[in-house]
Design a protein. Structure first.
Ligand SMILES: C[S@@+](CC[C@H](N)C(=O)[O-])C[C@H]1O[C@@H](n2cnc3c(N)ncnc32)[C@H](O)[C@@H]1O
Length: 213
């Protein structure tokens, strides 16, 4: 079981409880439970891999992942947080306010767009030691990438990481085929325009349906 560090600034407990209740009521199918279980399992697998000798950790598409700062075992490794430059800029701002510089000396931020950049070159430039035993966490990211980018990333990692390295990842089944993908505005137009109405609706929110084969 991985221990955690309590130093990250967290919302006040009352806000936490309110948020938990809100999410569980608004989205009863269990996204919070799934996220908690996924986080915990990956924490444990990452901790085991570093206990087994991995000296480098790569968080691919790190987002707001806080493992590098809250798991004590991570401080004995070098952690490479790879992310799209836009997300990483925002994370960097948050880190400055939330994590003391002395508690992030083992972390290297590596900006890279996995659909266009050479991952191996970006990692090497940040000090990654090729052929060293490494644990790579690729959580909640593959579903945002093309199949080609996923293949290229896995091939790049296979060539770069040492033997006995581990890749921990999540994925969405490739046999999910969207057969409907509309913005809320398009959906509203579909029903309202025939009635002679044009009510405003968000174009940002999307409605999708998938087929499982
Ligand atoms: C849902 S978040 C998951 C973040 C984190 N791994 C977690 O589980 O909390 C998706 C992440 O994938 C990253 N991402 C999406 N497309 C990317 C790309 N083309 N190159 C690099 N990162 C990408 C985003 O910047 C974001 O950090």
């Amino acid at each position: 079981m991985a221990a955690v560090r309590p130093f990250l600034r967290a919302p006040a407990p009352a806000i936490n409880r309110w948020l938990e209740r809100y999410i569980d009521t608004r989205y009863p199918a269990g996204p919070r439970g799934s996220a908690v279980a996924r986080t915990r399992m990956i924490d444990d697998l990452t901790g085991e891999a570093s206990a087994d000798g991995a000296r480098q950790v790569v968080l691919l598409g790190a987002g707001y992942d806080s493992r590098a700062y809250r798991l004590p075992a991570m401080a004995r490794t070098t952690v490479f947080e790879v992310d799209h430059p836009a997300t990483q800029r925002s994370k960097q701002r948050l880190l400055r306010g939330a994590v003391h510089p002395g508690l992030r000396t083992h972390v290297r931020l590596v900006p890279a767009d996995l659909t266009v950049d050479d991952l191996a070159a970006s990692l090497r430039a940040a000090g990654f030691e090729a052929l060293e035993r490494t644990v790579v966490v690729w959580e909640g990211v593959t579903n945002y990438l093309t199949g080609e980018a996923v293949d290229a990333t896995i091939r790049g990692l296979a060539a770069l990481a040492g033997s006995d390295s581990r890749l921990i990842f999540t994925y969405v089944d490739r046999d999910l085929t969207l057969f409907l993908d509309l913005s809320a505005r398009e959906a509203a137009d579909r029903y309202l325009l025939p009635l002679g109405r044009h009510d405003p609706a968000s174009s940002f929110y999307r409605i999708a349906a998938a087929e499982i084969r």
